[in-house]
Design a protein around this ligand. Structure first.
Ligand SMILES: Cc1ncc(COP(=O)(O)O)c(C=O)c1O
Length: 383
């Protein structure tokens, strides 16, 4: 299959330059302190089954785009949970439970975070209660149950499930493990972000090339900000920080544009489920408002093709299982390079070493297979 032909029409729906950009390591590490980042690494790297996730060279894609190197951090191999979220919720459970055996932990989730909390509780022999909205698929609900949690479905959206979680947790004295920070709830989300920063620690040991660009998917911004804090902690040179969002859920872009946290209205939920968020988390906002160079948005329409191409070794010599939130990494990079002006503005060239994050694998197998087959049909038609 001809990679160039297949992707030549891919484009961004929005390109935003952050005029407030000012990357300051000290400032970033005042929001997510070095001590938290270091403790997370010391703890998680001791866990049974821990190993670095692969850093895969997308050699075919870099050749095609005429850029130095493209690295894909494959979080589908993160423990057996198939998502970077395994580093966050489970770690927060460990810290918050302080070795107590009788506590019950609770959370509200769109999927992966709840699974991580449930697994973290199971590892320690604790019970967990996971609240999900009506939008979370049965497939995702079952995968949380498999980790031993009681799953409670709440009518309405994510916010409703969170409200119910808070209400019942107060009544029953359960410990809430949330990954989203608000004005009065910061410590636990900071722990989850400190967990995510391991991705950067590992990357810094997996290549001796200086990374020049990082493309970071964002929902509420927790993953992106955790990795930016990792960059501030571990990288010698600061790469360009590029945030990716679904066109219909661009709360980071909107907030950066307005200069303050801004809630948006989601007209249609994105297929990139974990990234379909209407408001940023507080700590990520504080970090990303100055650390972000650029913010890009994409439509849903190329997700099936990207999933199939990752699996069909179109970008690399290795087969990659990348789910709906992993696809935006390659889509946004290719779309940026398809536009000469944007490629130049991002300073992407034959010397660039670009880091992409493959946040998740086929966590929702049914959705993954559906998207893969859809991409495959397009793929065959264009052969
Ligand atoms: C599976 C999944 N969930 C959620 C997110 C978003 O994370 P956050 O809400 O911390 O920005 C991502 C990546 O951006 C993801 O891949």
């Amino acid at each position: 299959m001809n990679l160039k032909n297949k992707t030549k029409n891919w484009k961004l729906s929005n390109f935003f330059v952050n005029k407030r950009y000012n990357f300051n390591r000290k400032r970033i590490l005042s929001y997510l302190p070095k001590s938290l980042i270091d403790q997370a690494y010391v703890e998680i790297s001791k866990w049974r089954g821990y190993k670095k996730t692969p850093l895969i060279k997308l050699n075919r894609l870099s050749k095609n785009l005429k850029v130095g190197n493209i690295y894909y951090k494959d979080e589908s191999k993160r423990f057996h949970l198939k998502s970077f979220k395994a580093l966050g919720g489970a770690y927060a459970v460990k810290v918050i439970s302080k070795g107590e055996k009788k506590i019950i932990v609770s959370t509200a989730t769109a999927g992966n975070h709840g699974r991580s909390v449930a697994w973290g509780a199971k590892r320690l022999g604790l019970k967990s209660k996971v609240f999900i909205s009506q939008h979370v698929s049965n497939e995702r609900a079952n995968s949380i149950k498999e980790q031993g949690a009681e799953v409670i479905r709440v009518k309405g959206n994510y916010e409703k499930s969170l409200k119910e979680c808070i209400k019942q947790s107060k009544l029953n004295n359960w410990k809430i493990i949330q990954d989203v920070s608000t004005k009065n709830y910061k410590f636990v989300p900071k722990l989850t972000m400190a967990g995510y920063s391991l991705i950067i620690k590992e990357t810094s040991n997996q290549t001796n090339q200086y990374i020049t660009h990082i493309f970071l998917q964002a929902g509420v911004g927790g993953m992106a900000a955790g990795l930016v804090a990792g960059v501030a902690r571990y990288f010698k040179r600061i790469p360009k920080i590029i945030i990716i969002e679904p066109e219909n859920a661009a709360c980071v872009l909107k907030s950066l544009d307005n200069g303050k946290m801004t809630k948006i209205k989601i007209k249609k939920e994105s297929i990139m489920g974990g990234m379909s968020c209407n408001e940023m988390s507080v700590i990520p906002w504080n970090i990303l408002k100055k650390a972000t160079n650029f913010c890009l948005t994409i439509k849903d329409n190329r997700v099936p093709d990207a999933i199939t191409m990752l699996a069909k070794k179109t970008f690399s010599d290795k087969k990659i299982v990348g789910g709906e939130c992993s696809a935006p990494s390659v889509i946004s990079l290719i779309s940026s390079c398809n536009n000469k002006f944007i490629k130049k503005r991002l300073e992407i060239n034959d010397k660039s070493n670009i880091l992409l994050i493959g946040c998740e694998g086929n966590v929702d197998k049914k959705l993954y297979n559906k998207l893969y087959l859809k991409g495959l049909r397009n793929y065959k038609n264009e052969k």
